[in-house]
Write a protein that binds this ligand. Sequence first.
Ligand SMILES: Cc1ncc(COP(=O)(O)O)c(C=O)c1O
Length: 451
Amino acid sequence: MAARPAARTVPRLRREAQLAMWRRAMEVMPGGADSNFRAWGEDTIYIDRGKGSHIWDLDGNEYIDLRMGYGPVILGHADPRVDDYVNERMRQGVSFSLTSEDEVRAIELIRELTGWVEMARLTVSGTEATMHCMRTARAFTGRDKIVKFEGQYHGVHDYALISVVPDDVSQLGDRDNPVRLAWGRGIPPAVAMTIIPVAYNDTATLRHVFETEGHDIAGVIIEPVLGNAQGIMPRPGFHEEVRAITKEFGALLIFDEVKTGFRFARGGAAEFFGITPDIASYAKAMGNGYPAAAFGGRADVMAVMPKHMSHGGTYAGNRVAAAAAVATLETLRDGTILAGIAQTGRTVQAGLADVAAKRGLPISFMGHPTMFGMVFAEEGPADYRGWAETDHELYDAVAVGIHARGAMPEPDSREPWFLSAAHDGSDVARIVEIFADSLDAALEARAAARG
Ligand SMILES: Cc1ncc(COP(=O)(O)O)c(C=O)c1O
């Protein structure tokens, strides 16, 4: 989610059509893109199409996709199981502001796959889902404050954009007394003051925060791994302690499963870590790239709607998203596909580990095999502050080299690699080969720079 590293030459790639599109887009869109995270200056990528695990940019360059739209495309691009059903349904009309069977079915499937969500509502984006989770916690408890963890990204609403991913981690303040750091202008200080940032994996500070202002805390929102910072994992016992502290102080535990849901396991990170939160947000993998999202959880908590809490939206439960959710969740339902993606991820990791070992370089992987980050060190960081101390410059150089050679991870060490059901054995072999070449090039460049 951070800025792309400075432009480097990528000689093999054609760029003429994309540069022309960039100039055209710069006339009408700030940064030439619809999201700050896609505005990469003259290196901005303009996409033509995708199929399975491969994508093609406007100049016809082909890549093995390792971003998969920042995670949603779990089955592969243009998957006919989802697209055919969505097409069939959308020909019946797409927007009624009335409820359709697909919406009910999508939520029945969320309930079945998670095993703990009793009631849910559909939204259109992960941002809306986390925003409504926070509102639900506030509405249910009658308290205002929300604890979040540093380095975690919960979307682009004001309450979420506090202490996310500054390049300079000193801006986060002292570890035991963190600053409420707003990401950019336009976020009122009064909003920031309702959010309490705590370092991930630090339950001593979390307990201290609850002992000081627990009576004001409505909930703790947590992405179960730092999905936006290399997939940093919880230390043993961390989630259990967070669950116990929230229970002790009567606050809700909100799992942000936007990235982990229907990816780590059928029941997402809640199932993977064996923790039952009170409410959760879902998006990404539930719609294979269509704008489907949801928030849901305990029936007694969700019962604040419709009477006591506002939730709506012209496009909430729209036919395209609901149909995509039904088709995607039906496809993921028996768990075989997710197990297969995890196996692919383990094979990729083994290949990369072998490449690093042959060059005498340490490497460790973080996150889940379907969504993992890496660091060239014996051990990964435990929190976002720790990321700053890792050798991410080498990773950045390797990632840019990978891009030039025909695969596309995010060129920032914080964003994990995403795999899908469409990545096959030949993709894996090619990814490992490309990684080896890029690593060699980056190591040579580094050695040359050091003289
Ligand atoms: C953990 C998490 N929560 C929330 C969001 C926001 O989702 P959306 O981009 O659909 O608004 C994201 C997006 O990347 C995310 O990774």
